[in-house]
Design a protein around this ligand. Structure first.
Ligand SMILES: [Zn+2]
Length: 432
């Protein structure tokens, strides 16, 4: 599964590509695609993939039984902090062609400097009818560079630290301002083999062309972009496919929910705050002939694992970590706890996850943020607020979270998928 994770990371420079890659894997495993406008009351037992807005995805397995006792949800997110093109990005300055960018999410800005960057995303195209067609686009050659100022022009940068103004200092160089050089849309149209007049809109973002790879003395680590949170998105999908091969129960619905927009607060049509997950869950129950009451009873029997990457202890900054909560790379999944409820884990859900780990022989670790530092959050508290279901926040340990190039353990992904596969079929009864 490690090779497949690396391929997934390489093929998914944007949330749109991540959803397309996950859908392709589900399709290959026999899952059928279903759209929001389809009639869900006629869905036969089996696996389904429901892409929402092109950047969020629900995958689920409808069981043979008519009565649904509960959902086994694994939530993750498809987006990662990055630089995105503004609507009118192209401009020329001092003999250079440049592109205006916005910062998406809490990116570590310094990590975007002096990288071989390219562009990916999607374009909206006119068709013969009034409908617009969406097409994914991805350049693979290095086309862009956010060049750092030479040290000779910024003498005390190493002592005083690098300060980057988001408007002034992050615009990548796209080339030299030469007579007759084509526009961005002309380049995209040429790349896709279509007339540039057909392009009516775009959502394009920058990414590092350096591919995901194993690293370290014994290849015991993964060096990659977007480990937060494509690593957990992949784990959710991989485990769902595994669990669908041997369903333990005919009244549970395993669901992988991959949301966009986690890095900007989730309050969007495609984020974890959207009603698309509760609506889809209700349609699954009613589609099997259940009533609204049956849907609410199914929620009462449901469990959620919110899977998002966790902070491993950093050897150069060990004092930034809580002394007795220092997850190790390749030490197994991490349960995240926060009394301010930045994580949704409760005593009961932590106990459930620990027992699942024990059942499949996987070690488990714990994370708590230093009490004097503000803690990050994830989709777990949102999903549990929206659905009122018991939730545990977990993730695999990593370093350099939100850098363009992150680092995780190479043995952790297989351990997490074993636990999640076990979770999808578990009938543990735990208190609220
Ligand atoms: Zn995350």
């Amino acid at each position: 599964m490690l090779d497949d994770l690396l391929a997934f990371l390489r093929e998914s420079p944007t949330p749109f590509h991540a959803v397309a890659c996950a859908t392709a894997r589900l399709r290959a495993a026999g899952f059928r695609e279903v759209a929001e406008a389809d009639d869900w009351s006629s869905l036969a037992p089996g696996g389904y993939a429901f892409a929402h807005g092109g950047s969020s995805l629900l995958a689920f397995v409808i069981p043979e039984g008519k009565k649904i006792a509960g959902f086994r949800l694994v939530g993750a997110h498809t987006d990662s902090p990055n630089l995105r093109l503004k609507p009118s990005p192209e401009y020329r300055k001092e003999g250079y062609a440049q592109l205006g960018v916005e910062v998406y999410g809490g990116a570590l800005l310094n990590s975007w400097l002096d990288r071989d960057l390219s562009l990916a995303g999607r374009v909206l195209l006119t068709t013969d009818s009034t409908a617009l067609e969406i097409q994914l686009v991805r350049f693979t050659r290095p086309m862009l560079r956010v060049a750092q100022l030479a040290i000779h022009l910024d003498r005390d940068v190493n002592e005083k630290g690098l300060v980057l103004n988001r408007q002034e200092h992050l615009a990548p160089i796209f080339g030299l301002d030469r007579e007759g050089s084509g526009s961005l849309y002309a380049l995209i149209a040429d790349h896709l083999g279509l007339a540039s007049s057909r392009i009516k809109g775009s959502e394009l973002m920058l990414y590092d062309v350096n591919p995901a790879t194993l690293g370290g003395r014994d290849d015991e680590m993964i060096f990659s972009a977007r480990l937060d949170n494509l690593a957990m998105s992949h784990a959710a999908i991989w485990s769902l496919i595994e669990a669908s091969k041997k369903p333990d129960r005919d009244d549970l619905v395993p669901v992988a929910a991959l949301f966009d927009h986690e890095e900007v607060g989730s309050e969007t049509a495609y984020g974890a705050h959207s009603s698309f997950l509760p609506r889809a869950l209700e349609r699954i129950v009613t589609g099997r002939g259940g009533s609204r009451e049956a849907f609410h009873r199914a929620l009462a029997g449901s469990l959620c694992v919110s899977a998002d990457m966790a902070h491993a202890v950093h050897p150069n900054y060990e004092s930034r970590h809580e002394a007795r909560h220092k997850p190790a790379l390749n030490g197994g999944p991490v349960i995240k706890v926060n009394s301010q409820q930045r994580y949704a884990t409760s005593g009961a859900t932590a106990a459930l996850f620990r027992s699942l780990c024990g059942r499949v022989g996987v070690p488990v670790q714990h994370y708590a943020h230093r009490t004097d530092l503000p803690c990050g959050s994830t989709i777990g508290p949102i999903a549990s607020t929206l659905l009122g279901i018991r939730t545990v926040d977990v993730g695999n340990p990593m370093l350099s979270m939100h850098s363009i190039r992150e680092l995780s353990g190479a043995q952790d992904p297989a351990m997490m998928t074993r636990v999640l596969t076990e979770f999808y079929g578990c009938d543990d009864l735990i208190p609220h």
